[in-house]
Design a binder for this molecule. Structure first.
Ligand code: NAP
Length: 329
């Protein structure tokens, strides 16, 4: 089968090769027993794969390896006790191996793809939307009527967070860096949009009437202290990622003085050993798809052979919504 591999750790442009490799076995390294074998129609591209081309991500397989943590496609085979069966349209989180014509995913990370969504949207469903739900609700304890500020709001996690937050009855404020990203954040349902290079903290406090309840932060870097300052009493900053490059440090006196919290949200590591929680989050997201709140926003699409272009787009901060590889044209 055709696949794209990372063959050296030299960055997005040079690290990749299109190769012909044997199809994967039905066993998945991360899960006991058999996994779900998926004929891949679309594969997601995310920031971690940019880091993987440089050997800078926490998951560091030996080269050569096939990256790609999420796919949407049709089930070819599944274990007897799986919730999906051959022929089903699915969205899966496979961790690695997704940039290929066939991938294997753990059964508890494989979800039926609702009819409302096309394969490209399915390729952006599990990683981003499960992370968003986990960050906002499981870790962030979001309740109806609260206000959520989302950094990197036109990106994959950002657009997902806007939609999930609104679906859960929250008011949303998007922080973005350009006109085009403002358009995408509004398309994703942002109630208000502010600019990352402007007085976003003061604007957020004004819009929210004194401070926001939750900040979703996939960006990190030097805006972190202002995120803390933008909270109302009892507010929470949810740490999701560090696309901004640097990892912020917290002066904990701020938390004491204002009765606020900083909460880590590492979705994959948390849910890996909790299949029941995966199902619960999957069902909650299905309800939000059914009521129209969740519609993954697909940005740039590339054929599998142009995966390097997809990575460079993300690396250059040019991506909006979910960047997708169309494996079946
Ligand atoms: N915790 C978890 O479980 C979990 C799960 C999934 C992903 N993540 C992490 O979440 C982060 C976001 O992932 P994503 O897929 O949403 O990425 P993405 O689609 O590329 O969006 C990231 C956003 O970050 C902002 N940004 C600020 N400075 C940047 C820079 N120097 N380079 C690139 N982007 C920059 C950009 O928005 P502006 O230009 O508008 O500022 C961009 O839209 C990543 O670090 C990823 O590893 C964490």
């Amino acid at each position: 089968m055709k696949a794209v591999q990372i063959v050296e750790l030299s960055g997005p442009r040079d690290a990749l090769r299109v190769v012909d490799v044997p199809e994967p076995e039905a066993s998945h390294p991360s899960t006991p027993g058999q996994g779900v074998v998926v004929e891949v129609h679309a594969a997601g591209v995310s920031f971690p794969e940019v880091l993987q081309t440089r050997g800078e991500y926490q998951v560091k397989p030996e080269v050569p390896f096939t990256p790609g943590s999420e796919v949407a496609g049709v089930v070819r085979s599944a274990p007897d006790d799986a919730r999906v069966k051959p022929g089903d349209r699915v969205a899966s989180f496979c961790m690695l191996g997704g940039w290929a014509e066939v991938a294997v995913a753990p059964a508890h990370f494989t979800f039926k793809l609702p009819d409302e969504l096309e394969f490209a949207q399915g390729a952006g469903l599990v990683l981003n939307y499960h992370t968003a739900y986990f960050s906002l609700k499981t870790r962030g304890r979001l309740t109806e009527g609260e206000t959520v500020l989302v950094h990197g709001a036109a990106g994959g996690v950002g657009t997902a967070s806007l939609q999930i937050a609104r679906g859960l009855g929250a008011r949303t404020i998007a922080v973005v860096s350009s006109d085009e990203k403002e358009r995408v954040a509004r398309e994703a349902g942002a109630d208000e949009v502010v600019r990352s290079d402007g007085a976003w903290k003061d604007q957020a406090k004004e819009i929210s009437g004194g401070g926001v309840d939750v900040v979703i932060d996939p960006v990190g870097g030097d805006r972190f202290t202002d995120s803390l300052r933008s909270l109302r009493e009892g507010g929470r900053v949810i740490v999701v990622g560090f696309t901004g490059g640097s990892i912020p440090e917290v002066r904990v006196n701020r938390l004491l003085l204002n009765n606020t919290e900083v909460i880590g949200a590492g979705w994959g590591a948390y849910v890996l050993s909790k299949p029941g929680l995966n199902v619960e989050i999957g069902e909650a997201i299905d309800r939000l798809i059914a009521d129209g709140s969740v519609r993954p926003i697909v940005g740039a699409r590339f054929p599998l052979e142009q995966a390097a272009d997809a990575l460079e787009l993300i690396d250059g901060r040019g991506a909006t919504g979910k960047v997708v590889l169309d494996v079946v044209p």
